[in-house]
Ligand binder design. Structure first.
Ligand SMILES: NC(=O)c1ccc[n+]([C@@H]2O[C@H](COP(=O)([O-])OP(=O)(O)OC[C@H]3O[C@@H](n4cnc5c(N)ncnc54)[C@H](O)[C@@H]3O)[C@@H](O)[C@H]2O)c1
Length: 358
């Protein structure tokens, strides 16, 4: 395949590295408005062609696909043009800056029968897939709540707030492991440094079955933390993505209400403090898996695990979170939940969900 990566700033070079190394790629083009970024890409990968105006690529008949890693506000206009010209499109998270523009891309990709994939990287990690397997096995019991912390110092963005920057990872992970889309969102945030760009926020996702998930996102924290805690009725799981070895720990801890008691004095919760174990997880680069999955889907003409609908689900929640922040944390319903539970038409049977991405 011949593929172009558009946007070679901070994240784009990671995509270029994986695509250049793939045996499915015959030619890779790097596109960026900044000549310095292009010179950097050429020095790293002498075989790539470099170009500054993506419009030159629109009519290239032998170009199969593009991967977009520009700032979020450019995702939609660039992706739309390439879909209209019949190219497969991969877009970094979040899919676009609004529900309307995401929906337009989803419909366009379906109409043109082209792959539209969003870079929900965590859905391709071994740890998140292990957690999904553990939850589905029933080992944790009924999931009571989920708590995610994704904080560090920087990088304050100019076009999106911290929820749009960091929470897509947590939202896509939660929807993926639970298999459900929340029905409403509450979010509170504060902009300390840039007008209207919140740099710290807490977002709560409410699900139909009573499950609640808290997401704390911050660019203003002295420590880098990427931790998800999943509390089940039987066991509790902690996923620490910073931890090099034991990323997942399962705690045999819990609370039991006594089966019977006559007086208040007799009533006592009993707490269980059992063993802690850390399951083995495979060691591979998630981005390599993600890039390879995109290329496979383009070649086979099937819909990816993180397809356009998956991107739309996350964007609809981000948009609701933004509305809630402006309403000082009031509950905002997620729009179009029926549509959000759909998948791209060539993947209506959900086979890719059931069988993983291979
Ligand atoms: N999956 C992940 O873990 C992950 C991590 C970081 C960033 N991202 C995503 O990657 C995307 C890019 O983020 P970043 O931090 O690399 O941004 P960045 O600002 O560092 O880089 C963006 C690049 O796009 C270029 N660009 C802008 N408009 C362009 C155009 N019209 N044509 C060609 N090039 C253009 C800029 O010159 C810049 O070099 C965002 O969507 C972000 O959310 C994903």
């Amino acid at each position: 395949m011949k593929l172009a990566v558009i946007g070679c700033g901070y994240w784009g070079p990671n995509l270029v590295r994986n695509f250049v190394q793939s045996n499915k790629i015959r030619e890779c083009i790097c596109c960026d408005l900044d000549q310095k970024r292009l010179a950097r890409m050429k020095s790293l990968y002498p075989s790539v062609e470099v170009i500054s105006d993506y419009k030159e690529l629109l009519r290239a008949p032998d170009l199969d696909a593009v991967a977009i890693a520009t700032p979020v506000r450019f995702h939609h206009p660039i992706a739309k043009e390439f879909l209209l010209h019949g190219k497969h499109v991969f877009i970094e998270k979040p899919l676009t800056h609004s529900y309307e523009t995401s929906l337009e891309l989803v419909k366009l990709a379906d109409e043109k029968d082209k792959v539209l994939m969003v870079g929900h990287t965590f859905e391709y990690t071994a740890a998140v897939n292990k957690i999904k397997e553990i939850i589905e096995s029933g080992e944790l019991g009924k999931i009571l709540y989920i708590s995610c912390i994704r904080v560090n110092l920087g990088l304050i963005q100019s076009d999106i707030n911290v929820v749009w920057d960091l929470a897509p990872h947590d939202i896509s992970t939660i929807i993926y492991i639970i298999g459900e889309t929340p029905i409403s969102v509450n979010s509170q945030g504060k902009a300390h440094f840039k007008h209207n760009i919140e740099d710290v926020a807490t977002t709560t996702l409410n699900f139909k079955n009573g499950l609640i998930a808290f997401i704390h996102s911050s660019w203003l924290d002295p420590n880098k933390i990427r931790r998800t805690t999943i509390v089940g009725s039987r066991r509790m799981l902690v996923y620490d993505d910073i931890e090099p070895q034991e990323k997942i720990k399962i705690y045999d801890k819990g609370v039991a209400v006594p089966p019977y008691y006559d007086t208040f004095a007799e009533f006592q919760f009993s707490y269980r403090y059992g063993d802690i174990h850390s399951p083995r997880i495979d060691d591979y680069e998630p981005l390599k898996k993600e890039c390879d999955h995109f290329l496979t889907c383009c070649q086979k003409g099937v819909s990816p695990l993180s397809d356009g609908y998956s991107g739309l689900r996350v964007v609809s929640i981000l948009e609701a979170a933004n509305k809630s922040i402006k309403l000082s944390g009031k509950s905002v319903q997620i729009q179009g939940t029926k549509l959000l539970n759909r998948r791209s038409k060539n993947n209506g049977n959900g086979l890719l969900i059931a069988n993983g991405w291979n």
